[in-house]
Write a protein that binds this ligand. Structure first.
Ligand code: GTP
Ligand code: MG
Length: 471
């Protein structure tokens, strides 16, 4: 076969040579040499094999951190759950969604994340190696890329983490649901055990071995009882993220006057019962994505625009992390200009950052800023202390500082701005960054400072609908 092809090529070149001038012959020679080299070595391609995932099956790629027991200790993860680590895992998973449109669902907890490719997917010809390597490498690099956003400058990444990956095929919808139920049940079992275990060790001073012995052979009800009677902890009130893991669903955000956009929405809910699958039918039906409407006066998605987007500089000094969940929420005004457009907010935030850094603040002083249209911008983010004024300085590492962009002397921020502020707080509570019972302070442009104590009910419909979407 190879022989036949090269004889054909020689005849073709002879005919060409007869018709071409000298310059063209130069190119022909170059081509000839290249061709020779190629034909001599190319045969090794036949050693390559390709594994394709069986048609009509759900393809699940699961990544799992290698040696995360050690990794979490080396980086002083909070025990049993470190929110920063879990959120970073979800952010890395969202990067996989951004890269691979055919991933329709994700679920993860601790150091693992599963990605479900539609059963009808033809992406990369369903090549096993291609899918496995793309998911694993994208996930790993995103984990490192976004590390600082979640751990700040205080917790430096000491060495590059790695994740292993595997592909599993599930032929029926029920098999897929059972797989995901298995992973979620695992979250519950591990989290309940770990919550009691670490309470015994950290709060009661038991050694690891003593705690292990105490828990040996106990049922769920016994563990709940220990938590309640010995630590006054009602397991049901633990954050949903810790109890249910993180599910990622793909949704199209439709907003008046804007192009529809595809986003990965993190949810912390039950995926074992039918309710979730009825509410998100697009996953099993292999439709492109579900839809989220963002309407006037009914905002169901909170956009938190990352700091890179507005061109933030890196902080020029180390900033203390916050003690989560924080107990205080401060609202203030940037005392700068007021405007709606994205361009305006981008320029304004850069100017504010420069001003604050020139005053030795290390970075823009707020955790978040809210523009005139209600768009929310990440400044220091959730995990890093803001810089509060002298009077509240000692509360800095226990607070979140949110700034409405503008002066508002004698006027109020717009309804959209205030609603975004409210949603941001609800989101912070839902994600465990803000204590459910927090004190809210308002620092107005005229210097008046007032505060109210608030307690949010997490079960309200509003907070359920409040998604954190990074666009
Ligand atoms: P291999 O996956 O086999 O390489 O082992 P591993 O050390 O990664 O353990 P495994 O995947 O079974 O479990 C993950 C481990 O990561 C847990 O046992 C914890 O030790 C650690 N881990 C994951 N998330 C957290 C967290 O939020 N806080 C703390 N403290 N540890 C965590
Ligand atoms: Mg692991």
């Amino acid at each position: 076969m190879l022989f036949k092809a090269s004889v054909g090529l020689c005849i073709f070149k002879k005919i060409l040579r007869a018709r071409l001038n000298t310059t063209s012959l130069y190119f022909l020679r170059t081509f000839h040499i290249g061709e020779m080299a190629k034909s001599k070595f190319e045969y090794v391609r036949h050693f390559e094999t390709e594994n394709k995932c069986l048609l009509n099956c759900w393809i699940v790629v699961r990544v799992d951190g290698k040696g995360f027991h050690k990794f979490s200790e080396a980086h002083k993860f909070e025990r049993p759950n470190d929110k920063r680590g879990l959120d970073l895992m979800a952010r890395a998973a969202a990067s996989v969604f951004e890269d691979l449109n055919e991933v329709c669902f994700g679920f993860g907890h601790s150091d693992e994340f599963s990605f479900v490719f539609k059963k009808t997917s033809q992406v990369y010809n369903r090549r096993h190696e291609k899918l496995l390597s793309l998911v694993t490498s994208k996930f790993s690099s995103a984990y490192v890329f976004y590390w600082r956003d979640y751990f700040g400058d205080e917790v430096k990444l000491l060495y590059p983490p790695s994740f292993d990956g595997r592909v599993v095929l599930y032929p029926t919808d029920q098999n897929l649901r059972d797989y995901l139920s298995w992973r979620q049940a695992d979250v519950h079992v591990n989290n309940l055990y770990n919550t009691v275990f670490w309470a015994l060790v950290l709060k009661k001073g038991l050694s690891n071995k003593e705690a292990e012995e105490k828990l040996c052979g106990t049922l769920s009800s016994d563990k709940n009882e220990i938590l309640f009677s010995e630590f006054n902890i009602n397991y049901n009130n633990e954050p949903e993220q810790f109890k249910k893991g993180t599910s990622l669903v793909r949704k199209v955000v439709k907003q008046k006057g804007k192009k529809p956009r595809m986003v990965a929405v993190p949810l912390h809910c039950d995926i074992i019962n039918d309710k979730f699958w009825k509410e998100n039918p697009e996953i099993l039906e292999c439709d492109t994505a579900g839809e989220i409407e963002v309407q006037e006066g009914k905002m169901t998605v909170l956009y938190v625009t990352p700091r890179d987007w507005w061109g933030a500089q890196a902080p020029d000094k180390a900033i203390e992390p916050t003690k989560l969940p924080v107990k205080n929420v401060f609202f203030t005004y940037t005392k700068g200009r007021y405007g709606f457009s994205e361009q305006f907010c981008r320029d304004e935030l850069r100017k504010l950052q420069e001003k604050h850094m020139s005053r030795e603040a290390g970075d823009i002083i707020y955790n978040f800023a809210i523009g005139g249209s209600g768009k929310t911008y990440e400044c220091r983010g959730w995990a890093v202390s803001p810089k509060l004024g002298k009077r509240y300085k000692q509360l800095s590492n226990q607070s979140i500082f949110i700034a409405y962009m503008g002066i508002f002397k004698g006027t109020m921020p717009t309804i959209k701005m205030m609603r975004a502020g409210d949603w941001l707080v609800k989101l912070g509570i839902r994600r465990g960054f803000i204590d459910t019972k927090f004190v809210q302070y308002h620092i107005t442009a005229t210097g008046y400072e007032g505060y109210t104590s608030q307690k949010f009910d997490l079960a309200t419909e509003d907070s359920e609908k409040c998604f954190d979407v990074t666009l």
